[in-house]
Design a protein around this ligand. Structure first.
Ligand SMILES: [Zn+2]
Ligand SMILES: [Zn+2]
Length: 303
């Protein structure tokens, strides 16, 4: 603490000396944009230090004025990203280190693994807007995701949640995705499943030989697997759609022959099948919905 000159009046209040704390956040805090959130918050409050993922959760060391650190602590839980579930926040005092700036450090896999992985989250509104925008570089990209949506638990092979420890690890990012991934201001900053038309998984349609079903399915030759699949479904086909966490067997629910064939093949006498609908207004033609169901069908936990 500094003091004014002996006997002299203070023109301004002296700045409080910096303090430093290590803050450990546990819960569902990896793969939900928590490190970028900490980075933005710390930078906004003029704090220095760093943040990283460990097997224990997100660990931040922050340094600055005590009042700013207090605000940081209060906002950490209150303004956490939408998919985060903060279960505990622990802090301990450290010696001041005099960092300049605030950095996101590579994940550390040391120590016990006690962190929780977020469930998969339905495509967010911002990603859906890109999906249908012909001017966007991810227009009609079937695997679009961001920090606030997309696969998590399904693609994780170990924690801490980092691209190398997910099934996306084997797909190198293209230069544009790598730039978005590294930009703290981007919605895909450290979004581990990031991909685009130039990199990441590809969509394929495999078709069986109707004359000889013992032969392995072969890739369809058409240019657009989605359009070809729609054509097949309209024709009464049953399609196995590989999605997050497994396959959906899909057919046209209004085609009695297709539904009967699926029932026979699956030995599902009269047990109801799940219905898929594009949007809530379509669902409302089929079933009566309460507010809770409406919220589930439109929220991040929707199928
Ligand atoms: Zn998204
Ligand atoms: Zn890419």
């Amino acid at each position: 603490m500094t003091t004014g000159q002996a006997g002299g009046a203070l023109a301004t209040a002296p700045a409080a000396a910096a303090v430093r704390r290590r803050i450990t956040v546990r819960g569902v805090v990896q793969g939900v944009g928590f490190r970028p959130f900490v980075h933005t918050l710390a930078t906004e409050l003029g704090l220095t230090g760093h943040v990283t993922n460990t097997g224990d959760g997100v660990v931040a060391e922050v340094e600055g004025a005590p009042a700013a650190l207090a605000r940081f602590g209060a906002r950490l839980g209150a303004e956490a990203p939408p998919l985060a579930v903060v279960e505990a926040v622990d802090g301990e005092d450290l010696a001041v280190a005099g960092d300049t700036g605030f950095r996101i450090l590579p994940s550390r896999a040391d120590g016990p693994s006690r962190t929780l992985v977020s469930p998969d989250a339905a495509t967010c509104d911002a990603c859906l807007a890109e999906l249908t925008d012909p001017a966007d570089r991810r227009y009609r990209h079937p695997f679009l995701t961001c920090t606030h949506c997309g696969p998590r638990f399904t693609i994780v092979t170990a924690v801490p949640y980092d691209r190398a420890l997910t099934t996306m690890g084997r797909f190198p990012m293209c230069a544009r995705c790598a730039r978005e991934y590294a930009d703290p201001a981007d919605r895909r900053f450290h979004a581990q499943p990031i991909a685009c038309h130039d990199c990441g998984p590809r969509l394929r349609l495999l078709t069986a030989d109707p004359a000889d079903r013992t032969r392995p399915p072969r890739p369809a030759t058409g240019p657009d697997p989605v359009a070809e699949t729609r054509r097949l479904l309209a024709d009464g086909a049953i399609v196995a759609v590989k999605g997050l966490g497994g396959y959906h067997l899909v057919c046209d629910a209004s085609d009695d022959t297709a539904v009967t064939t699926l029932r026979r093949r699956k030995s599902r006498g009269d047990k109801p099948f799940a219905l898929m609908a594009r949007q809530l207004t379509d669902v409302e033609h089929l079933v009566r919905l309460r507010d809770e169901e409406r919220a589930l069908l439109t929220g991040p936990v929707r199928p």
